[in-house]
Each structure stands twice: as C-alpha cells, then as structure tokens.
Design a binder for this molecule. Structure first.
Ligand SMILES: [Fe+2]
Length: 402
C-alpha cells in the first residue's frame, strides 16, 4: 500500500472510531443466591440450617403466621432461636425502623430474614446493615453512603412488586412525610427466595398495584436515559410477562402459572433497579404517597400512561419497542405505534381494576401545584428521565392524569 492509500485507510479507521457509540460500563450486583420457583421456601429452610446461624431475627407479616409454622418448626428443631417481628404494616418510617432495630439488637441476632412485601424487606435489609454498623441514619441516607453490612440477610417476597429482594434500595418515610432512599451495594441481600405460592393469597387490589409497580420498574429502565443493553433484556421481558399475565393473576389469585410469570417479571424489575433505576413515573408518584397516602404501586399506575405520553415526544422509538412488547400492531410511524402502547397500558390498568385518573383516586385538582413542587425535588430519579421535567411540565403531567 502506498502512502496515499495508507492515509485514506487511517482516516476511515479514525472516522469509524469517532462514529461508534461507546458501550457504557455497567455494574451488576445481584444476591449471591437467587432461588426462584414453587417450593423455594423449603429450599430457604435447608440453606439457612446449612449456614449454621443460631439467632434469627425474622421480619414477617401476620397474614403468614399460620403458613410459616411448619418452616419455623423445622428451624427450631435444628437449634435455631427465632424472634418474629410483625410490626411493619405500611410504608416504614425511620421511627418504625429504629424500634425494629432495637429489638434485633436486644435479641443479639446473628442473621436477619424478611418475609413480606417491599416495606418488610426494606426494613430487614437495613436492620441487618445497622446491627453492627456505627454510621447514623443521617450518614447513610442517599446513594452509596452506607459503608458496610456484617450480618447475613435473606429476603422472601410475598408480593410481586418492589423487587427489593434483589435490589440495593430501601425506601423510608422521614419525619416530614417525604420518601427517602438508602441505596447501597450492601443492601443487596445475600440470598433471595422467590416462591410464587406465597403470592396466591394476595387480594386483587394489591396484586394489581404491586404488579403495575413492577412493570413500571422494567419500563422506566428500558426508556431510561441511562439504559443499558444488559438491563434491556430483563426490562423488556419483564414488561412482556407482567402485561401478559397480570390480569389473569388479578382475576384468579390461585392461577399459579400467572402468579409465577408475574413474580418472574417482578424479579426482573428488581434487577433493573440497581444498575439503571426508575425515572419520572416514580418521581411524580412519590408526592401522591406523601399528600394522599396513595399506595406506591397505585400512584405509579395513575401516572404511568401520562408520563409515557410526555416522554414519547422525545424518543418515540423507545416507546415503539415497548408498544410492540405490549402487543400493539405496527402503525405508520414510531409515534403512532408508541401511542398504541399507551392505549394498551391504560386498558391493562383498567382491566386490573385500578383507577385511571387522579380524580378517581380522590386527588384534588387544587393540590396539583403542591404535588409538582414535591416531585421536582426527586432529582435522583428525574435525572434519569429521557425528557427534561421542569415544575410546569410536572403540573401539565398531573393535569393530564387528573
Ligand atoms: Fe416502585
């Protein structure tokens, strides 16, 4: 090759190098052991005994008191002492957490297990972390501030929603009624046991709301400003599974096939939370919890279609893919297909028996400016949204959802 040819080749290579999109780095932190499937509870008991722990602090829910007896009997017959705490019933405050931690310290627990919804699991994870940690709650709030966890923690979800059993997140309500996240690799549990059988007795309204929450985790990861091909796999499959099976799980709580598929989608959603996380739906839903005590999953359901409509203006192709996964027919343009996806989402929410507007959920129109002020403070999630949201945009979204 002569010099001229070499220079042409070199400039092509440089151009290729400059034009290609750089693959972003991603860090995936999942529990060391994830056990999924019917009968996972049994596996948990065997694994726990093998670990050799003797003082188990178990956070659970009263609804499971009877169902857990045989499992707990097996543990006690193996010499495990157990203290059961069923005090976490709603979204936990830091005060709830402190009281629970005191009980775990008094018991001198050598291990912590959470069996319940996201609130119970979040508390279990943080109790395990704070049993031996000298940092105060103020020091560990936010992202990456918690520096250690010495105590083993396993999580066993009884809802298909938060994905807390595989995520590094724990969400609490502070003294002002605001939701505060503690996010740390040390909050990824050591083990997660996802047994769809445990979700069978969930009432329809909770199945619906938690299921839409899980679907939102997946959707907001795929459409996220920080989306990554690694996570897209889980995100799109999670959207597909939940959209396909949630209505069946709502209509017949004993439909174990539907329960298992929704639980799988929910776990995928949890796996999206650590590396990518959520965006505007979650940011705008938090003030509904604060001002109106609307449960987290329902708050998301009330806003999801309207945030989708808002975001489609910035990246219709992302939402076109979501629409395809939801089963929409291809239309003439990406935007038209994407909007079909919104229609399907609204139908799914209605089919699951959830309200579709803020007014139906009891929100007053005059509180919208205050809700928007609250949402705009949740920058840790709004920064992930593909379209910028200023306070007036938040007002417009709440208004379209009203
Ligand atoms: Fe959520």
């Amino acid at each position: 090759m002569n010099l001229k040819g070499f220079l042409v080749l070199k400039s092509c290579c440089i151009e290729l190098y400059v034009k290609r999109e750089r693959m972003k780095e991603i860090v995936i932190l999942n529990p060391n052991r994830v056990v999924f499937g019917e009968g996972s509870m049994q596996r948990f008991v065997g694994d726990f005994v093998e670990k050799g722990f003797k003082r188990l602090f178990l956070l659970s829910i009263t609804e499971l008191s009877h169902a857990l007896v045989p499992f707990l009997n097996t543990l006690t017959s193996q010499g495990v002492e157990i203290v059961i705490d069923e005090s976490i019933v709603g979204e936990p405050t830091f005060d709830d957490f402190n009281k629970t931690l005191e009980k775990a310290i008094a018991f001198n627990a050598d291990s912590v297990v959470g069996i319940g919804g996201g609130s119970v699991l979040d508390v279990a994870k943080l109790v395990a972390a704070q049993l031996k940690n000298t940092q105060t709650l103020d020091e560990i709030k936010g992202i990456g501030n918690l520096k250690e966890r010495q105590i083993y923690v396993a999580c066993i979800p009884t809802t298909s929603g938060t994905g807390s059993e595989v995520s590094p997140n724990a969400i609490f309500v502070n003294e002002l009624g605001e939701k505060v996240g503690i996010i740390s690799p040390f909050l990824v549990p050591d083990a997660a046991y996802i047994d769809p059988v445990l979700t069978v007795s969930l009432p329809k309204s909770i199945t619906a709301a938690t299921g839409i929450d899980a679907l939102t985790h997946c959707l907001e990861a795929y459409t996220n400003k920080f989306a990554h091909p690694f996570v897209d796999l889980y995100a799109l499959e999670g959207v597909r599974l939940i959209a396909k099976y949630l209505k069946r799980a709502c209509d017949n709580g004993s439909d174990l096939e539907a329960r298992a598929q929704v639980a799988l989608g929910s776990m995928y959603g949890g796996m999206c939370l650590g590396p990518v996380n959520t965006a505007a739906v979650h940011a705008l839903s938090y003030p509904l919890g604060v001002e109106y005590h609307i449960p987290h999953g329902l708050s998301n359901a009330l806003l999801l279609p309207y945030v989708m409509e808002y975001n489609i203006e910035t990246d219709a192709s992302k939402y076109e893919r979501i629409a395809e996964v939801l089963g929409a027919e291809k239309k003439a343009t990406s935007k038209e297909t994407a909007l079909e996806g919104v229609k399907i989402m609204k139908q799914l929410i209605a089919d699951c028996g959830l309200p579709l507007t803020l007014s139906e959920a009891g929100v007053k129109e005059e509180s919208i400016p205050q809700l928007a002020e609250g949402a705009i403070k949740v920058q840790r999630l709004l920064k992930n949204n593909i379209r910028e949201i200023a306070v007036e945009d938040a007002v417009a979204i709440y208004q379209s959802a009203f």
